[in-house]
Design a protein around this ligand. Sequence first.
Ligand SMILES: [Zn+2]
Length: 294
Amino acid sequence: MTLSLISPALTGGLIDRADQVRVDSDRLASYMNWKARLLTLNGLEPEVSIEGRLVWRSLADAAPDSELIFLGLLDDKAHFAELKCSEPGSSLQYNPRVWQMLASLPADELALYGGARTLVDWHARHRFCSLCGAASAMSKGGWARTCSSCAAEHYPRVDPVTIMLSEFKGKVLLGRQPRFPLRRFSALAGFVEPGEGVEEAVARELWEEAGIRVRNVRYVASQPWPFPSSLMIACTSEALSDELTLDTTEIEEAAWFSAAEVRAAMAGDETAPFIAPPPFAIAHDLLKHWLDAQ
Ligand SMILES: [Zn+2]
């Protein structure tokens, strides 16, 4: 079943999240049997087999002081991730070394790992109630935390980020952040702020970072990005002019590129004027979508 025109990395999970099991502690306990599988993580990073698959163990291998997060049902087996009380959470950003390891995983396993990583990291960093400060405990099979004092429920956060192209007279706007590898250009991006819609966030970010006004913002696709908990929302837009005023605290360089230039970069051509975003980034899919429409 195809849900959208493009299928970014980290989407395409096959697991049944089985919400009805999460909220029923007796049913959940009945799935904690010899068939259940426990994801092997080193901190937040997965162990990957020589065959390029996630590595699973049995629940008997869980650390004595750990808590289990129910990921869902697959092939009639419950799948869990482990929250080890001794390991602090990490807000580790995207790390190329992790990606080399993840690149070998099948799409559905990568999606499953991404969700598990965000959940484990969220629990590790949200052990106390944000209302009263008391300790909170995992609830709903690991998809919530409940305060031990005021009973407030807290849910794992997803942070929406817009990532967008803008087009003017057949050219597309791309920018460079100072942390990018040399010659890498990508789509501009920024967090959606409270009180604005996705389209408004796209327009604001392009105005703040590049000094351009846009119209006709169009949603293309989205991608969960578990470093630690973003949802990348990819859009296109039309610029009203090509005159740029850069916010150099955010981007060090931005430029308009023709379809031929983008095509060369996407093909890895050494004579291309820039290096394209990597295939696992939704910016890559977004550029491909833009090229296909030319
Ligand atoms: Zn509380």
